[in-house]
Design a protein around this ligand. Structure first.
Ligand code: BMA
Length: 339
């Protein structure tokens, strides 16, 4: 399947451990927050491309000398779809005006392409030799779409991973115990007033099974109603760091905050620790006011391992894209000590 161009692209595409140019701002003076916001938020405006109603819940990765990403764009018809984007610095983004057109990546993928409902909330994961994209793909209701790209120009679609209804499909960045693993959150067709995180295994990224329960919501907390995986889990000596969203139901509706947990490296359905407190909750106007009020929704993270710098990309109020920063080791300590 690889063309020469693809092979050339992938040779230089493996993301580096060191990202000295990671988008970054130091913790503001006087702040003791474990995760703090960029002063440049929101970094992507809702109307940044023609006919965009909103751009949010989007995934970025290091790519060549800069960054590439897959963006959720809801257009002015309010159709939800995915667009590719590029950036030199991870902050200033050029987003393609056209939606991603998926080639059928295997013989049967064309069958699910006959029907397009919507595509939203992408994640992007470097896995073995290419970038995989997972997203919420409408097929008789929401389920998890899977595809890949080498260059963020040509995209190939595989089969949907699960039966409907499911959301928040997030791949692990390597095989674990000989299998590909994906987190997901079984749901309903609507705004789902429940939801636990499960992990599923696959030998080939098409057939998924051995579904195991990972985490449930916790009553009387910021994550009382439902939870869903966020960025690709980050491998650390202490376990997989999972940044996720948790939702509580207030008298005015859902409130989406961000939390973190550590999962066992070999059996990631075992939770080592889970933060009792959120690491970020909707407190700024661009998180509280928008098409859906009170939402911070993480979909991607960048890490510069040598300096421990962690930058999280999250959607604000289902309207804009924002950045938050922290130190990986401090987030891990927060998870362990505030469990
Ligand atoms: C979920 C998804 C997300 C969204 C969230 C809050 O069901 O639609 O894209 O951010 O609700 O509205």
């Amino acid at each position: 399947m690889n063309s020469l161009k693809d092979v050339a692209a992938l040779e230089s595409a493996a993301p580096p451990e060191a990202l000295p140019m990671i988008p970054w701002e130091d913790r503001p003076a006087g702040s003791s927050e474990v995760v703090w916001r960029s002063s440049r938020n929101p970094i992507i405006r809702r109307d940044q491309i023609a006919r965009s109603n909103s751009i949010f819940n989007s995934a970025v990765v290091p790519f060549h000398d800069g960054y590439a990403g897959v963006f959720r764009v809801d257009d002015t018809t309010r159709l939800m779809n995915l667009h590719a984007g590029r950036s030199a610095d991870g902050v200033d983004w050029t987003i393609e005006p056209e939606t991603i057109k998926w080639n059928a990546g295997d013989a049967r993928a064309a069958e699910i392409q006959e029907r397009f409902e919507h595509a939203y909330d992408p994640r992007v994961t470097w896995l073995e030799d290419r970038y995989y994209v997972t997203w919420c793909n409408g097929y008789h209701g929401p389920t998890i779409g899977v595809g890949f790209t080498y260059d963020f120009e040509t995209f190939h679609q595989l089969d949907n991973a699960f039966l409907p209804y499911n959301r928040n499909g997030v791949l692990f960045p390597r095989k674990v115990g000989g299998a590909y693993l994906m987190l997901s959150r079984p749901s309903d067709q609507g705004h789902t007033p429940f939801g636990d995180i499960f992990v599923s295994a696959s030998p080939d990224l098409t057939h998924w099974g051995r579904h195991r329960h990972v985490m449930a919501p916790k009553a009387w907390t910021w994550e009382a109603t439902k939870i869903g995986a966020g960025p690709t889990p980050i491998e650390t000596p202490e376990g997989w760091l999972l940044i996720y969203h948790g939702v509580l139901t207030s008298c005015n509706g859902f409130v989406y905050s961000m939390g973190a947990a550590l999962l066992d490296l070999d059996e990631p359905w075992k939770v080592i620790a889970r933060s009792r407190d959120y690491i970020l909750s909707p407190q700024m106007l661009y998180e509280q006011v928008g098409d859906t009020p009170n939402v911070v929704f993480p979909c991607a993270a960048l890490l510069d391992r040598p300096t421990d710098r962690l930058t999280i990309y999250y959607g604000g109020a289902d309207t804009v894209v924002c950045l938050a920063h922290g130190y990986l080791s401090e987030v891990i300590d927060f998870v362990k000590t505030r469990s």
